[in-house]
Design a protein around this ligand. Sequence first.
Ligand SMILES: Nc1ncnc2c1ncn2[C@@H]1O[C@H](COP(=O)(O)OP(=O)(O)OP(=O)(O)O)[C@@H](O)[C@H]1O
Length: 216
Amino acid sequence: MSALTIQSDGLGYGGQTVLGPFRLDIQPGEHLILLGKSGCGKSTLLNHIYTENRDECALIPQGLGLVDRLSVFHNIYMGRLSRHSVFHNLRNLVVPAEARVAEILPLLERLGLSDKCFSAVADLSGGQQQRVAVARALYQGASVLLADEPVSALDGPEADRVMSLLSEHFASAVITLHDVERALRYGQRIIAIQDGALVLDEPAARLSVSALNAFY
Ligand SMILES: Nc1ncnc2c1ncn2[C@@H]1O[C@H](COP(=O)(O)OP(=O)(O)OP(=O)(O)O)[C@@H](O)[C@H]1O
């Protein structure tokens, strides 16, 4: 059985087609990387997958979707809002519950943010904010990760640490990246989008950097 099956007669905006008809089966345990030129439709596809499969998926959107005025703790806690009562959520907004802090701190430690737990997101750097969005996805407890350029604001070693953490944590994933070397390192299967179609769908082991550069 597939972890996810995504089918569409076409995706686009206001009558303009971005992606023609396609079907994509994602098997349990598979980590897919989506590649292609800026504007080819990677985010459009990722957002469509999320819209159709919200319950199974944790999304790291390109814009991160954080609430700037709230603390790092509260932004990460939002990953599990639906698991708690309205009363617990409201009380936790005012006085963070010790048990929730104890769940979130180890994630912050792994992401090098343990001293930022109660800082406002607005006071963090772009790379720190990106790691908060990663922590929220890890905390959510979904089995499938959908991530739109999740390490674009991180330096090389930090980007690799975060990619390894995401790879270990999620059973299945669809991740957009622009770095083809990183795509081959972390993807088991590579999908490339060009001219409104999924033009490549191959195991990463059969591909090379030069083969993937052809899609840029
Ligand atoms: N909300 C929107 N309304 C209208 N057009 C949109 C909207 N979002 C994206 N588009 C258009 O759809 C096309 C695909 O955009 P998309 O964001 O999916 O590309 P992408 O491959 O993710 O790009 P990037 O690598 O730059 O993030 C682009 O031509 C873009 O201008």
